[in-house]
Design a protein around this ligand. Structure first.
Ligand code: URA
Length: 184
């Protein structure tokens, strides 16, 4: 068994895939290490790579607002990504990159042991819920794996690109809040 700090230190030295070659910083994740809710995005973008923190760009600001809208704060939850290094030009991570990186996420989930996991977008849903996950069909549904209650919603960047996703994403956040109230 490792501590979260140990896993982070290993991760910071990681060279298991080529994404390390272009990174400024590893973006391991941040927030409450005893969080009841964990948000999992896709991978760091430009700002995240520079700052070494997840969801700090425009999409991150929207995520922060949505978390506040359900009366929580970034400090209450834990936020991380499927891959910890920025894919070039924000492309989706390749499967072989996600497969190698997900070991770190498994440790994070095991050590933080959240009650609720929120997948942000299709890449996260495919890696966490099922390879057949389709965001338009499967968002807003609750899945149970072991003790984890898992839901996926639209990625905040997708909401920014397409305003029609705002209402369904807000419905998902209300469902997350209801589940949180039920479980805590
Ligand atoms: N998009 C993501 O999926 N993750 C981040 O950390 C930032 C943007």
């Amino acid at each position: 068994m490792y501590t979260l700090e140990e896993v982070k230190n290993y991760c910071k030295l990681c060279q298991k895939c080529d994404l390390y070659k272009n990174r400024t910083n590893v973006v391991f994740g941040e927030g409450n290490v005893k969080a009841d809710i964990m948000f999992i995005g896709e991978g760091p973008g430009y700002n995240e790579d520079i700052q070494g923190r997840p969801f700090v760009g425009v999409a991150g600001q929207l995520l922060t607002k949505m978390i506040k809208a359900i009366n929580l704060d970034r400090k209450d939850v834990y936020i991380t990504n499927i891959v910890k290094c920025r894919p070039p030009n924000n492309r989706n991570p390749f499967e072989k990159e996600s497969e190698k990186c997900i070991e770190y996420l498994r440790w994070q989930v095991k050590l933080i042991n959240p009650k609720i996991i929120v997948c942000l977008g299709a890449v996260s849903g495919r890696n966490i819920i099922s390879p057949n996950f389709r965001v338009t069909m499967d968002r807003g549904k609750w899945f149970k794996k072991g003790t984890f209650n898992i839901i996926a919603t639209f990625h905040p960047a997708a909401i920014l690109r397409d305003k029609s996703k705002k209402k369904p994403a807000w419905d998902d956040f209300k469902s997350i809040k209801a589940k949180y109230n039920e479980l805590t």
